[in-house]
Design a protein around this ligand. Structure first.
Ligand code: PGA
Length: 249
């Protein structure tokens, strides 16, 4: 049995003060929740306050991005060493918004995945097709390509903490959700691809989250699907009550 992971992606929302207020409300509501793992990924400047707030609780803190080098002249970037020093345990890699607006490629995803794993962070690697690709029947090809390139050159031993999020781009922030069947089909493709690279046993244990307009009203059907090992939640994770409802689906 794979333990489910429910992750919040706050994107570019919340000041440190607003982040602190979120944790004040959220932590008591989920303090008794042991069924699933919970991760909150705030913007960089909120990480410190989030880690202090969540210390000793059942909630872990992740970053939304990381650079592929350990240090250097990379103005505006943040390294794995910096995240580790703060106590960050997870990192989202290759979110479609990073691919779309910040020139993230399958190659940079691969390099970021490698350094995250080397530094004992749990990577959440995002893959997913855009609407035109789905309509053209290319979803499987896209997922295969993204996974193959992301996993390139990484050993199963090193990849132990790998987590993947299937996020169909047409479902992100649009209010359109993949049906549990659509998500399960995509997850099987990803699991198969992981099996080819890392072996069947690894693939069997790999957690694959679904993301894209996950809301309290529709999360139960998705999360009860056996192939879906958790959720990556954007908009609905900003409000502590709504995110609690998803965690406790
Ligand atoms: P959404 O975002 O839940 O607002 O659609 C999900 C994501 O981008 O991870």
């Amino acid at each position: 049995m794979r333990k489910k992971l429910i992750a919040a992606n706050w994107k570019m929302y919340k000041t440190p003060e607003q982040a602190a207020a979120f944790f004040r409300d959220f932590l008591p509501m989920v303090s008794d929740h042991t069924r699933d793992e919970i991760v909150v990924c705030p913007p960089y400047i909120d990480l410190q306050i989030a880690i202090e707030a969540a210390r000793g609780s059942n909630v872990m803190i992740g970053a939304q991005n990381v650079h592929w080098e350990k240090e250097g002249a990379f103005t505006g970037e943040i390294s794995v060493t910096m995240l580790g020093a703060l106590g960050v345990t997870h990192v989202i890699i290759g979110h479609s918004e990073r691919r779309q607006y910040f020139n993230e490629t399958d190659d940079t995803v691969n390099r970021k995945l490698e350094i995250a794993l080397e530094n004992h962070l749990t990577p959440i690697v995002c893959v997913g097709e855009v609407l035109e690709e789905r309509e053209a029947g290319l979803t499987e090809d896209v997922l295969r390509r993204q996974c193959m390139r992301a996993f390139n050159g990484i050993s199963a031993r090193k990849a132990a903490k790998l987590t993947v999020a299937y996020e169909p781009v047409w479902a992100i922030g649009t209010g359109k959700t993949a049906t549990p069947e659509m998500a399960a089909d995509a997850h099987s493709v990803i699991r198969h691809e992981a099996g080819k690279v890392f072996g069947d046993q690894f693939a069997e244990n790999l957690r694959i989250l679904y993301g894209g307009s996950v809301k309290p009203e529709i999360c139960t059907a998705l999360l009860c699907e056996e192939e879906i090992d958790g959720a990556l939640v954007g908009g609905a994770s900003l409000d502590p009550v709504s995110f609690t409802k998803i965690v406790k689906y």
